[in-house]
Design a protein around this ligand. Structure first.
Ligand code: THG
Length: 271
């Protein structure tokens, strides 16, 4: 499967991860790393959340814990330069995704591009500036263009750039998901299509944060990801252990002729 699943679960926003960070208990983190990898995650997102007393230290500990048990690439999820630098000081040379810079803040995107070039990594850049996330199609496409320019100017190949058009929680309005789809299509057109190598990623679970029931959340996320794949999305931070979700993603790729149909295509897509 071409689609890049970034496992969302090692995030201090989840109670069990928060507790593991506090108690420096590696077993929970190791289990999450293995479970997500087995489900097909190509990167493991690592986010300390808001609770850690010393977030740079917590980030280092999470990364080392993951690295000690598995060789899956990691997505270092922080916008703060000191935490990112702490993370980079312990990374063992495996592929990394620097997640994420605000594409509309020059100094921030320039730093991420520079660090990605230095560490042979990839970046996630958000359609966001100092005033917050872009909420129109035009603003998203505008910042998308800036991200592409900054990457090219800094010598970072577009195949190492993931634009995140920012899936917003419901309070920003129900028109937003459609704007995300349209923005992906327009940025893709601007850059000359999929051959450019440019990637598109979203934090999928943001979308359904208004819904309470688990089944409904999963349905919303699964439906949207399939629509976004049709628009050009090729990566997402999501719950890799939601089997119905992964089935839907693999099926979307098969329907779009990115994966050959055989009777065992669902199994093949997980490898
Ligand atoms: N873009 C990029 N990176 C991101 C995001 C994004 N990183 C963080 C986040 N958004 C993606 N990760 C998550 C992880 C969990 C949830 C949402 C996004 C989530 N958690 C549940 C909740 O809040 O209701 C469950 C929490 C719990 O069980 O305690 O929804 O957009 N580049």
């Amino acid at each position: 499967m071409d689609f890049i699943i970034v496992g969302e679960r090692i995030n201090g926003m989840f109670k069990n991860v928060k507790k593991a960070i506090k108690e420096k208990d590696p077993s929970v983190i190791e289990e999450l790393a293995k479970k997500q990898t087995q489900a097909g995650a190509k990167y493991l997102d690592i986010n300390v959340g808001t609770a850690a007393e010393d977030p740079a230290d917590a980030m280092k500990w999470l990364i080392q814990t993951v690295q000690n048990c598995i060789d899956t690439p990691i997505a270092i999820d922080t916008q703060k330069a000191p935490i990112l630098e702490a993370a980079l000081s312990v990374v063992d040379g495996r592929p990394i995704l620097l997640n994420s810079a605000r594409g509309g803040v020059d100094s921030e995107i320039e730093t991420f591009v520079k660090l990605a070039v230095e560490h042979n990594g990839s970046i996630v850049a958000l359609t966001m500036d100092a005033s917050g996330p872009a909420t129109s199609i035009e603003a998203r496409v505008g910042i998308g263009g800036q991200i592409i320019e900054k990457a090219m100017g800094g010598g970072l190949d577009l195949s190492k750039v993931f634009i995140d058009p920012v899936v917003l929680p419901a309070k920003y309005g129900q028109e937003q998901p459609r704007y995300v789809l349209e923005s992906i299509k327009q940025i893709l057109e601007f850059v000359g299509g999929p051959d450019s190598g440019l990637h598109f990623i979203v934090g999928l679970s943001n979308l359904s944060q208004m819904a309470k029931e688990k089944e409904i959340r999963e349905l919303i996320n699964r439906t949207f990801v399939v629509m976004a794949i049709a628009a050009g999305l090729d990566a997402a931070i999501l719950d890799a252990n939601d089997d119905a979700m992964v089935d839907a993603i693999i099926t979307a790729e098969m329907v779009l002729n990115k994966q050959i149909y055989t009777d065992s295509f669902l199994k093949a897509g997980r490898m």
